[in-house]
Write a protein of this length. Structure first.
Length: 458
């Protein structure tokens, strides 16, 4: 009886501790990683580093000098040499460690063994990046960071650099308009595409940038941000009037660049290699970001007259995509589908959109429209996105690289409030004033009625 009582006394706290760890792992993975996962994985890495590297084929034959030194000083067996390991640096989501590759090794060799390293060290994922020739960094992620998105505390943001989502390797996905001027974002209904758009607009709202919107769904997506928009078109007719104004603004900016740099006025705009960022700051025009929501609405036609209007709008969008970067005009095109079946010019416009973000789509063909021409292996990753994870997407660019990202939740009310607080930053662009959306005056809340004290009855 005494032994049973002792076991119960010891087993109770152990069971409670195990249950608490299981609960933390399921509900608070970051806490579980810091308390349990980090020390366990670190111990595994240190204790099994050499054997794991040898099992993964990441060791090389030691040099003759090393062999002679070992034979002269000890009687140990001559073993293959693994990459030299640097200091293990823990993070809130995993571990970071740098490896100096042995002669004859390449970063691709380590990347090919990432899945084996993940299982050997008991982590969620392992990502390999090249730091410099001969040095790679292993980023070990301890848990699924995309399940509960928390953006990093330190993000390399700045002018026209907007952190909008979290990558699967626990780094921030930054939308840099200077590096990637135009982007195509696809996603089915309730896939998180609107949430992605909210983060872009709220990130740009406090910056000296002109925001222009085309929302042919009667403005239901972009109208809440009207206080910060310089122009808004809510149907194809208004879009057909707005796009020529943007093209004319682009041409005027090219004339400004020509005049400043002494370029002959008869030189075609296509041959000008400079941009507005080479102009003095006091002469530099304000950058313009054009958001096109549900781009397919611009391609739909019902009559012959609509077809002519459609062709004109598509031509103007293609011109903005081809020449707008140097003039400081950037495109953010969103939709559910975007392919050749939309009509003439759709494929040509898509080819000008360097960045691609594909949320959950309804068919494989839609994923191929977004990613098939830049990263074919990312198509299946986009098709595997579950409806239970809105905001999850696959981001890629024309370099062929891609990664999974997820946008954190941002309510529409908070996004609209940010735009209202930044309304004073709307730049003065005379050409866009006729398209400035009407912003209703917010009603003033009446103060709550004061309760009059009542005398206490005797």
């Amino acid at each position: 009886m005494t032994d049973i009582a002792t076991l119960l006394e010891v087993g109770g706290p152990v069971a409670a501790l195990g249950g608490g760890a299981a609960y933390a792992r399921a509900k608070h993975p970051a806490v579980y990683w810091s308390a349990v996962g980090l020390p366990v994985s670190t111990a595994r890495l240190i204790g099994s580093y050499a054997s794991v590297m040898e099992a993964c084929g990441l060791t090389v034959t030691p040099s003759r000098l090393r062999v002679l030194a070992v034979k002269a000083t000890t009687n140990r067996e001559i073993r293959p040499v693994p990459p030299r390991r640097g200091i293990i640096r823990p993070t809130t989501t995993g571990l970071r460690i740098r490896l100096r590759l042995a002669p004859g090794q390449a970063p691709a060799d380590v990347a090919a063994s990432a899945e084996r390293l993940r299982h050997a060290w008991g982590v969620h994922a392992v990502y390999v990046t090249t730091v410099k020739p001969g040095v790679v960094e292993l980023r070990l992620v301890g848990f699924d960071v995309l399940r509960q998105v928390r953006m990093p505390r330190k993000v390399d943001s700045g002018y026209l650099r907007i952190p909008v989502a979290l990558r699967e390797d626990a780094t921030a996905f930054v939308r840099d308009y200077r590096t990637m001027p135009h982007q195509l974002t696809l996603g089915a209904t309730l896939s998180g595409k609107s949430m992605y758009l909210r983060h872009l607009i709220t990130g740009l709202a406090p910056q000296p940038v002109a925001l222009v919107g085309i929302d042919c769904k009667r403005g239901v997506e972009l109208a809440p941000f009207a206080a910060r928009l310089s122009a808004l078109a809510t149907d194809p007719e208004q879009a057909a009037e707005l796009l020529p104004v943007l093209v004319k603004e682009m041409e005027d900016r090219y004339d400004l660049i020509k005049a400043r740099q002494g370029i002959a006025p008869d030189i075609p705009d296509e041959e000008i290699t400079s941009d507005i960022w080479g102009l003095p700051e006091h002469e530099r025009p304000t950058p313009i970001v054009l958001f096109v929501d549900e781009v397919a609405e611009l391609f739909l036609i019902a009559t012959r007259k609509d077809e002519e209007r459609r062709d004109e709008m598509v031509t103007q969008l293609i011109r903005l995509a081809q020449l707008g970067r140097a003039a400081g005009i950037y495109l953010e095109v969103c939709g559910q589908r975007f392919g050749a079946e939309l009509g003439k010019g759709a494929t040509m416009l898509r080819a000008q959109l360097t960045g691609r973000v594909c949320h959950r789509v309804n068919d494989e063909a839609s994923a191929k429209m977004a990613l098939g021409d830049i990263a074919p292996e990312a198509v299946m990753a986009a098709c595997a996105i579950a409806p239970e994870r809105p905001g999850l997407a696959v981001a890629g660019d024309t370099s062929g690289g891609w990664s999974r990202i997820r946008t954190p939740y941002l309510s529409l009310a908070d996004a609209a409030e940010t735009c209202r607080d930044s309304a004073h930053l709307v730049p003065d662009l005379p050409a866009l004033k006729p398209f400035r959306p009407h912003v209703p005056v917010r009603p003033v809340k009446s103060p709550a009625p004061q309760v009059q004290p009542r005398p206490i009855a005797d």
